[in-house]
Design a protein around this ligand. Structure first.
Ligand SMILES: Cc1ncc(COP(=O)(O)O)c(C=O)c1O
Length: 355
């Protein structure tokens, strides 16, 4: 399929990079293609960034048939623009599509379209260390019907936004609140997929946690309220007595984070014992009491690594690593960002060069 390109006649002024914030500004162009369950994907195009015209009866407005991804483009020290493991995002998005009854797409074609879009928008990629251009692919069911059914028609879209460091003050360890009232996901549900529908229900609990003075919400399993699942929009990793321990994906209740996978691959490569298994709150607090909870950190595309300095559960608190960034957290952050900004050669096939 060809990609038709229509350039804007009114390019927007770019923000001063230090004021870019996180997704405050959007670039000049976006990628769109339409899909129909009978016809397939068609009319791929790059057009000026602007509103989508949608029928109010579009299924996405009523039954949340939607998927999305989050990726970043980085300006390397050699002037080349890099993506980090974009094939993994495309694969995960198609897995989401299957579960949400959305048409699957050709990931290689969308990556080609993304390359084209980034080349047009290269001046929107901040040429500044720790900054990047956030990439948001998403897909919505825009067939019209008021009655629960799967859409026959879809819009696939990619928009871009320059972003600063997720934590402008650096990797300051966060305080997390282990949620004992609300749950995010159940076995057999959709928690393992990147679907907008999973996020709406987390907003109010997240606000309650922020109001209590914590930086992030940590979810427990819905069945026993015993096992740690994930933290806000990140996965969680513990270093307990020198071992890297993280909640298993086998329950199908947490998002299989790409940064989580990167972290586990690096930790194994560096000789750590890595355990993917149920991790109970009890085990974590016991390890903290015994001085064996060496580190805890959240992993995700937005910040790569976010160290956890304190955990709270039903009035009990544990301080982790003196509320300082631990050695494994720092090493992973450095390795991943060195690859993303081209300071280190990619030997693992993780980097995709746009140009
Ligand atoms: C619920 C949830 N868990 C985990 C992650 C981390 O995933 P990744 O490392 O692929 O960004 C995200 C963010 O994408 C998320 O939304």
């Amino acid at each position: 399929m060809d990609i038709k390109i229509t350039k804007t006649q009114n390019p927007k002024p770019k923000p001063a990079w230090e004021n870019a914030g996180f997704c405050k500004y959007y670039s000049d162009h976006m990628f769109i293609m339409d899909g129909n369950k009978t016809k397939g994907w068609y009319d791929a195009r790059i057009v000026p960034y602007g509103p989508l015209q949608m029928d109010p009866a579009s299924l996405v407005f009523h039954y949340a048939q939607e998927s999305f991804e989050g990726m970043k483009a980085f300006y390397g020290v050699d002037g080349k623009i890099r993506l980090f493991r974009p094939d993994a995002n495309m694969k995960r998005m198609n897995i989401t599509h299957k579960r949400m009854s959305i048409m699957e797409f050709d990931g290689d074609f969308v990556l080609k379209a993304l390359d084209e879009l980034i080349k047009i928008e290269k001046d929107w990629v901040p040429p500044v260390d720790e900054m990047a251009m956030y990439i948001r692919p998403f897909c919505i069911g825009n067939g019209t019907h008021l009655g629960v059914k799967s859409s026959d028609d879809f819009i696939y879209c990619i928009i871009l936004s320059p972003v600063g460091a997720y934590y402008p003050e650096g990797m300051a360890p966060t305080k997390i609140y282990i949620e004992d009232k609300y749950v995010r996901s159940v076995e057999g549900g959709t928690g393992a997929y990147k679907a907008g529908a999973n996020y709406a229900g987390t907003l109010q609990p997240g606000e309650e946690v922020l109001a209590k003075g914590f930086s992030q919400i940590c979810w427990l399993d819905a069945k026993e309220r015993k096992y740690i699942e994930e933290v806000g929009t990140s996965n969680i990793v513990f270093v307990i007595d020198g071992k890297v321990v993280t909640p298993t994906l086998k329950t199908g209740t947490i998002l299989p984070g790409i940064t989580r996978d990167t972290t586990l691959q690096l930790a194994r490569e560096w000789g750590y014992d890595v355990e993917e298994r149920p991790v109970s709150v009890e085990e974590v607090f016991k390890a903290a009491d015994e001085g064996k909870l060496n580190e805890a950190f959240a992993t995700g595309t937005a910040a790569v690594i976010s160290p956890v300095g304190l955990i709270h559960y039903k009035g009990k608190e544990a301080i982790i690593n003196d509320q300082k960034t631990g050695p494994l957290s720092q090493r992973i952050y450095d390795e991943v960002t060195d690859l993303q900004y081209g300071r280190k050669e990619d030997t693992r096939g993780w980097i995709h060069i746009v140009e």
